[in-house]
Design a protein around this ligand. Structure first.
Ligand code: NAD
Ligand code: ZN
Length: 245
């Protein structure tokens, strides 16, 4: 199975990566679902919605500050470097990610579609146009405030009830429909509409390699290879990156 997957990756002329929270697990970011999922402790409505942010900016920003500070020590693991290696080999490797941690870019991947936005920047909630890098200093005196108009800032992630960025989504579907191979890494394939992306690839005739220690909603079949391993351990092997180091 691993040999077949490595061969598919080698032979693919047009691969696309689709990643979820499991891709960052070995970098120290916690997943939302599964055994140690974040939602067990916090309510998504409180922490990840515009209403929650307006009602209780102190609580919501405390949580993001915690994630940001926790995330400061988060660095890409060997699986991320393996993808950068694959990008060098292929010359071009688009990445579609549900993650908001920015690790694909940090590892050197250059064409990254962040369909749920990014935690690395914040902008004015009243849309006056202000936007800045999200740094720990912004939180000195409570929830960060827009220096231009005084409104509360918001993280640039897609919050519950908000639409996904239309251009990023349409490009993601274009890529899914035109790739010959999609490598689906660390996603429970449960969060829609993002979960539709691997299904679109499959319907358009692409092969799928899934990397996830547990079984997901992805269908079985001739064109789907499921590898029940951790991303950080198996991606270096599948891409040939490990032999180089
Ligand atoms: P999910 O939490 O629903 O599922 C994570 C999946 O990763 C699970 O199926 C789990 O079995 C698998 N997994 C765990 N460890 C793994 C490993 N080492 N290697 C490979 N797979 C592993 O994640 P999702 O499908 O991405 O959906 C969650 C939503 O939450 C996303 O929309 C995302 O925006 C957000 N989120 C992002 C981050 C982040 O940016 N790092 C973290 C948590 C949640
Ligand atoms: Zn403003």
């Amino acid at each position: 199975m691993i040999n077949r997957a490595a061969e598919l990756i080698r032979e693919s002329s047009n691969p696309v990566i689709f990643s979820g929270a499991g891709m960052s697990r070995e970098s120290g970011m916690r997943t939302f679902r599964g055994e140690e999922g974040l939602w067990k402790e916090y309510s998504p409505e409180q922490l990840s919605s515009i209403a929650g942010l307006r009602e209780n900016p102190g609580l919501v920003w405390d949580w993001y500050r915690m994630r940001l500070i926790a995330g400061e020590n988060v660095v890409p693991h060997p699986g991320y470097h393996a993808l950068t290696y694959l990008q060098e080999q292929k010359g071009y490797l688009p990445v579609i990610t549900q993650n908001v941690d920015g690790l694909h870019r940090l590892a050197g991947q250059t064409d990254v579609m962040e369909i749920h936005g990014s935690m690395r920047t914040a902008s004015c909630m009243d849309k006056c146009g202000f936007s800045a890098q999200l740094t720990a200093e912004l939180f000195h005196t409570g929830p960060p405030v827009c220096p231009d108009c005084g409104a509360i800032l918001r993280p640039d992630i897609v919050l519950f009830g908000e639409p996904l960025p239309p251009k990023v989504i349409s490009r993601s579907y274009e890529l899914a429909e035109s790739c010959d191979l999609m490598v689906v890494i660390g996603t429970s394939v449960q969060v829609w509409p993002a979960a539709g992306i691997p299904f679109a690839a499959l319907e358009s005739g692409a092969a799928i390699i899934e990397i996830n220690p547990v079984q997901t909603e992805l269908p079985r079949g001739d064109r789907v290879i499921s590898i029940r391993e951790k991303a950080g351990e198996i991606l270096p092997v599948l891409t040939g990156f490990k032999e180089r180091t």
